[in-house]
Design a protein around this ligand. Structure first.
Ligand SMILES: Nc1ncnc2c1ncn2[C@@H]1O[C@H](COP(=O)(O)OP(=O)(O)OP(=O)(O)O)[C@@H](O)[C@H]1O
Ligand SMILES: [Mg+2]
Length: 225
């Protein structure tokens, strides 16, 4: 199988004052399409830093990040921005829904930004909210939904423009076990039914069981356990 993402010798340094922190050290990972990959490791081990690099939200100091063989680290900002808008979807730990908008409007708004016409927006927003099991709660605002439901709205929004790959930074961290399982079911379904590739970070051992591949990070390095 041809990998969707491959990194070659990725290093990321952060400069704070006079100190240099070597946050990622020679990262070489391969991710196949239609799989769920989890990045795990202690707080500060580099999970979010790596996720942000893979999702073209940040650039490495050295090394390549190949998305379908294109080095996104070497692309100009406009191209990276375009990639994020069209080929990638993002889900974050603290759900960032717009509080004045209903679940439906949150998803529809994303499609507006992506340039969908009004008929397609309606159809696709309803389809995605149904996929995450929220067809009956579509017109509720975020504060009228549980944490797990809000996170599922965030998933619906992340998949609405049909990205091939989704990046999720601890999408279940703020949820209780039950809601976390619901959200993971939806993510797993996306991989099985839609062939989407998911890369996520997590601390939760239960989640590792649902992964096709787990990378353990320790002090900025991928370690073999
Ligand atoms: N913008 C930044 N400037 C300076 N240091 C940073 C920056 N971002 C991350 N770091 C440092 O890089 C290291 C890795 O951080 P990262 O956020 O990737 O960890 P993490 O594994 O996601 O941790 P957590 O589980 O707490 O989210 C940490 O030591 C962190 O302090
Ligand atoms: Mg993190």
């Amino acid at each position: 199988m041809k990998p969707i993402i491959r990194t070659e010798g990725v290093n990321r340094y952060f400069q704070t004052g006079r100190e240099t922190l070597h946050a990622l050290k020679d990262i070489n990972v391969t991710i196949n399409p239609g799989t769920l990959t989890v990045l795990k490791g202690r707080s500060g081990s580099g999970k979010t830093t790596l996720l942000n690099l893979l999702g073209a939200l940040d650039k490495p100091n050295t090394g390549k990040i190949l998305l379908n063989d294109r080095d996104i680290a070497a692309m100009p900002e406009r191209g990276r921005d375009e990639l994020r808008r069209t080929e990638m979807g993002f889900i974050f730990q603290a759900v960032a829904l717009i509080s004045l908008m209903s679940a439906y409007e949150n998803v529809e708004f994303g499609l507006r930004v992506a340039g969908y016409n009004s008929k397609d927006r309606k159809r696709r927003a309803e389809e995605c909210l149904s996929f995450v099991g929220l067809q009956k709660r579509m017109h509720h605002r975020p504060h009228e939904l549980s944490g797990g439901e809000q996170q599922r709205v965030a998933i619906a929004r992340a998949i609405a423009h049909k990205p091939g790959i989704i990046f999720a930074d601890e999408p279940t961290a703020e949820l209780d076990t039950h809601m976390g399982i619901q959200v993971m079911k939806v993510l797993r379904d996306l991989v099985e039914k839609e062939g989407i590739t998911i890369v996520m970070t997590s601390h939760d051992p239960n989640i590792m069981e649902l992964a096709d591949q787990v990378f353990a990070l320790q002090d900025g390095q991928v370690i073999v356990e």
